[in-house]
Write a protein that binds this ligand. Sequence first.
Ligand code: GDP
Ligand code: IMO
Ligand code: MG
Length: 423
Amino acid sequence: MFTILTGSQFGDEGKGKIVDLMAKDFDFVVRFQGGDNAGHTVVVGDNIYKLHLIPSGVLLDARVLIGPGTVLNPEVLVGEIDMLEKSGTVISPQKMGIDAKTTIIMPYHMELDVLRESARTEKIGTTKRGIGFAYIDKVARDEVTMADIVNRDRLLNRLLELAPQKENTIKELGGDPSIVMDRELVEKYIKLGQRLAPYITDVSYEINKAIENGKNVLAEGAQGAHLDVIHGTQKFVTSSSTIAGSACANLGVGPTKVDEVIGIVKAYITRVGEGPLPTELDDDAGRHIQETGKEFGTTTGRARRCGWFDLPLVKKSVYLNGYTNIALTKLDVLSNLDPIRICTGYEINGIVVDYPPEMTSDLAQCTPVYEDMPGWDDDLTGINKFDDLPSAAQSYVNRLEKMIGVPIGYVSVGPGRAQTFRN
Ligand code: GDP
Ligand code: IMO
Ligand code: MG
């Protein structure tokens, strides 16, 4: 069985929490795109794990894989392995595999990200992790791969070939080109490569074999549908395709193998970085959501912008991903707000539409049209079945399910594993 799970909004929907919860039913959990721009939080008892690269199924028995469509910062990965081992999870080569074709994020990619972002008149607000520049090199066939960094001579030859071009680009942006062949940095990457060498594998082969043998594979998306490089709110997007079909392409698994596509949907909406967010709030309700929902970035610590639930954006995500099931997260955060607003459409140039306009600049001009629902005052964080929710919260979930047109199979009312129930 092959299941794909993706974020339906602008990331940080709670993918990590839901993957951790589901992982007990899966033999493999796999990252298929993005890099350490992702920050997936898993809370188990008093322990909080912030995972940027290692799939969120790592705390259970599943084997975790990093696919060739990701971009990998080896220093961050080694830091994550050490962090997990310190808290008792052993990351042996039996537990984790990294595809040989995975693109490596080099120090110059991070430098270029910072330089380019500061030169932009209109910022994107990237995570400065070098994600876009690593993907540029992949597409340009100028990347350094996982297979390169595990072999000293191969890495040095590759860097010598790439250096003049990289140095020129850094110089053009006003940076210091010596970072490209900096001896200490190169030696550091050689050491990191040696440390990670035992994990090299062929992810596509492993997954296809597993599916053939009746095993369960979960593909864990990073970011969210509207940060997709092709279908998102360009240019305020990330540099990979974040939607479900990308899991097939990036993992080398045929679309005929997909059994289920799960969308993670926050009960409201947040966005980190720049770009339109039609329902963005700058009032007490927005501050309540930000504080109660602890809406600060897992990767950069930036405050997340908060807004009411945006149905047109989620409808588009349903089309982009083909969701068969939805996990609705952070319902508890909406307690003590009245009314609770659902954006059902937008008014643009005097016309009301129920689907996002194709142009990002048009989306930025949209005024939300709201349907108001009654709120509730009860604390939801201790509730473990749907029927025990206050009736106003039940009505909100039922209304969303009807509007979205996809079953809401899970409802989450807190960061912990127990704070989730089947709908
Ligand atoms: P991801 O990137 O989609 O994995 O999401 P993040 O981990 O970046 O952000 C989600 C945050 O919300 C994390 O701090 C989670 O621990 C937390 N969280 C997840 N689900 C819930 C929930 O239902 N209620 C509350 N209050 N917090 C949640
Ligand atoms: P998870 O997996 C939220 C945003 C950045 C920026 C834009 C481009 O935790 O949901 P990039 O560094 O990727 O070039 O930045 O994308 N962004 C995310 N926002 N959650 C994420 O990941 C994100 N990954 C990137 O804030 O606006
Ligand atoms: Mg996150």
